[in-house]
Design a protein around this ligand. Structure first.
Ligand code: AMP
Ligand code: ZN
Length: 138
């Protein structure tokens, strides 16, 4: 937590391009944007991922994501907005402080890679078994 770059942004020790703030969350521009308007929404508490963040903080992030998505639509008129949230190094989470990406796509911009996976039908028996395991654990 002491070394967390997003905690430092919240503390005002590192600058950011802020677009929204309330008592629980902060939203600011991603400085390596995948597209114009790429914005991050983070809880002010340090929680690493979806497993750790308390429900109330998660709700605050989601509520803010709706307001910021509306603002992005008003400001930039994108064709669509991708929502992305990574949990764990195995899926390339780089900053270990929960963050929710809003990634708008303008019609003149290239397709967003993470939204363009190939649809390949799965093994229905395997899907059934895996779903059963997850359902039993909910
Ligand atoms: P990930 O952990 O892979 O979901 O992505 C971390 C994101 O944080 C990347 O898109 C980075 O560009 C972004 N990022 C890292 N440091 C900063 C910073 N100081 N200000 C804004 N965005 C940042
Ligand atoms: Zn942090």
């Amino acid at each position: 937590m002491g070394d967390c770059i997003f905690c430092k942004i919240i503390a005002g020790e590192i600058p950011c391009f802020k677009v929204f703030e309330d008592e629980k969350v902060l939203a600011f521009a991603d400085i390596n944007p995948i597209s114009e308007g790429h914005t991050l929404i983070i809880p002010k508490g340090h929680y690493e991922n979806l497993w750790e963040i308390p429900e109330n903080d998660l709700l605050a992030v989601q509520r803010a994501s709706k307001a910021v998505a509306a603002a992005i639509r008003t400001a930039l008129s994108p064709e669509g907005i991708a929502c992305l949230q990574l949990n764990g190094k195995a899926v390339n989470q780089v900053v270990m402080h929960y963050h929710f990406h809003l990634i708008p796509r303008q019609s003149h911009e290239p397709e967003l890679k993470m939204t363009a996976w190939e649809m390949v039908p799965g093994d229905m028996e395997a899907i059934r078994e895996t779903s059963k395991k997850i359902a039993a654990a909910v």
